[in-house]
Design a protein around this ligand. Sequence first.
Ligand SMILES: [Zn+2]
Length: 93
Amino acid sequence: MLVRGEVKCLHCGYVSGTWVGAAGTPLRRAGFTPSPGAPAEAIPDPLRCLRCGGPVYLESATPVLSSSRLQRIRQLREQLDALDLRRKRRSAA
Ligand SMILES: [Zn+2]
């Protein structure tokens, strides 16, 4: 399962950015988006606080739907819309 959350420092509480990745895996650079204005010249891997270099954790992690799942949902919605349209045309005739 994919999760998204804020990368927060255990020492100073600074939010370096957001991270998306598999739940329970180490916070790596892949999947990391620095906060606007964060010093993002050299992003440590695994992630550390961009302000003080302290250890970070994922705060308020929420599940994320994978792109293939989102695509499937979009396809099903299109099929439902097409079905509705066909029904409307049939009832109008
Ligand atoms: Zn820090």
